[in-house]
Write a protein that binds this ligand. Structure first.
Ligand code: ARG
Length: 454
């Protein structure tokens, strides 16, 4: 790269500061795919012979195999993965290798590599999302009859099926899956052919390269082609949102496995101990996901900040995209796999959950609804049932066991059917509007997801 233009060699400090091969080597397989497609287009345009193409293709494939076997010696003097591969190819096959970079810049090359790499990673991430959805559906299904208290403000509110709670995450993950799909669709354009910034005077068939590499189109502006990283931002933002969902689920697991809640137990395989307190069984696994979500947010902000204020077109700042991208992809993939395994092995404590969900106070709203059915305005019903709840709180007598005289005094309308009003199943059965937690709705939705997630 420096031959010709420079007299002095580069400072070692700048070499170490600027090298990216220590992390962008991971793009090697996609870099090689891109180079082979580019070389084929060079043949078609008359800049390479068939024989030269064959030796390029063979050389690149051999280099690829060596890298994947860990037998390739990268050199930081060659800066990045692109130069490392190209230089080694030229060392091995001579002039043909030196022709590979015809009508190409590392700027359109790296933009192509990242898109190719991310299209594959997105496919893996989508699988990971489905894997977690399956684990949640499995857990919900195995505990379909278990009730827990639903919460608002982390105060017990109304009884719900545990399955309804778990399926809420399945819906969230479905949106994550959709965001990943959308992101992949928008990054599905080939930037190769944009050159350094202004394409090339040597014409290649970009559409044919796109087709060979599995892109459904080509970028339409060479400046945008080399400097656009929106597709990576979209992915990092989709992964930040996904992380937020995983973090909320993790927090539920942390809460459920406390002695205070006691709704669930982590399997021993997914629990940690304390170095000091022999009795401890800790949910580090869920806490790590909650913590790692910070990295997913951080990586999004890294890239947003790198991009803001960049003048057109390529600037070396763009090299800073990679570690953020790799880290978010790795972190999200691991978090999905770990969370799926953890949820798949979670042990539900049916008894504690059912006892907590059977607190009669959780059916106070149902009492008010019953009064509404007897033609009372809801605000008045709310007020009367509030008086019952206050009496229960004051005396410590559970709502369903308040003295009959008191009930007759406050809401005589309910006295006839009083006992029957405190059945959580009866309450749930009535919550049958679309999206509601009735047992029938929940089992229909479970069947729906089982069918989708085959
Ligand atoms: N390693 C560089 C990157 O990741 C490749 C492109 C280098 N281009 C350049 N004009 N220096 O962005």
């Amino acid at each position: 790269m420096r031959h010709g233009r420079f007299e002095e060699s580069m400072s070692n400090l700048l070499r170490d500061y600027g090298e990216s091969v220590s992390f962008d080597w991971r793009l090697y397989a996609h870099d090689i795919l891109g180079s082979i497609a580019h070389a084929r287009a060079l043949v078609k345009a008359g800049y390479l012979t068939e024989d030269e193409f064959k030796s390029i293709e063979k050389g690149l494939k051999t280099i690829g195999e060596e890298i994947s076997a860990g037998k390739f010696a990268f050199s930081v003097d060659l800066e990045d993965i692109h130069m490392n591969i190209e230089k080694e190819l030229t060392n091995r096959i001579g002039d043909a290798g030196a022709k590979l970079h015809t009508a190409r810049s590392r700027n359109d090359q790296v933009a192509t590599d990242i898109r190719l790499y991310l299209k594959d990673e997105i496919a893996a991430l989508r699988k990971g999302v489905c894997g977690l959805q399956k684990a949640l559906v499995g857990l919900a299904s195995a505990n379909e009859s278990v009730l827990i208290p639903g919460y608002t403000h982390l105060q017990r509110a109304q009884p719900i099926p545990l399955a309804h709670h778990l399926l809420a995450y399945v819906e969230m993950l479905d949106r994550d899956h959709g965001r990943l799909t959308d992101t992949a669709a928008r990054m599905d354009e080939l930037p190769l052919g944009s050159g350094a910034l202004a394409a090339s005077t040597l014409h290649l068939d970009r559409e044919a390269i796109a087709q060979e590499l599995g892109f459904s189109g080509v970028t339409q502006n060479s400046l945008d082609g080399v400097s656009d990283r929106d597709f990576a931002l979209e992915l990092l933002s989709a992964l930040a949102i996904l992380g937020m969902h995983l973090s909320r689920l993790s927090e539920d697991v942390v809460l459920w496995t406390t002695t205070e809640f006691g709704f669930a137990k982590l399997s021993d395989r997914h629990s940690t101990g304390s170095s000091l307190m022999p009795q401890k069984k800790n949910p580090d696994i869920a806490e790590l996901t909650r913590g790692k979500t910070g990295r997913l947010y951080g990586n999004l902000f890294t890239l947003l900040t790198v991009l803001k204020g960049l003048p057109m077109a390529y600037n070396r700042d763009l090299q800073e995209d990679k570690e953020a991208i790799f880290d978010s992809v790795d972190t999200a993939k691991m978090a999905l796999a770990v969370t799926a395994e953890m949820m798949g092995a979670l042990i539900i404590n049916k008894e504690t959950a059912t006892t907590a969900a059977s607190d009669p106070a959780l059916l106070a709203t149902d009492l008010a609804d019953e009064l509404v059915r007897k033609n009372m305005p809801f605000r008045k019903a709310h007020d009367l049932v509030g008086q019952l709840a206050a009496e229960s709180a004051k005396t410590g007598i559970p709502l369903d066991r308040l003295p009959k005289e008191f009930i007759r005094e406050i809401c005589p309308e309910l006295i006839g059917e009083w006992e029957g009003l405190f059945d959580p199943i009866r309450s749930l059965k009535a919550r049958s509007a679309t999206g509601g937690p009735s047992p029938n709705n929940v089992s229909i939705r479970l069947a729906y997801w089982k069918n989708i997630l085959v």
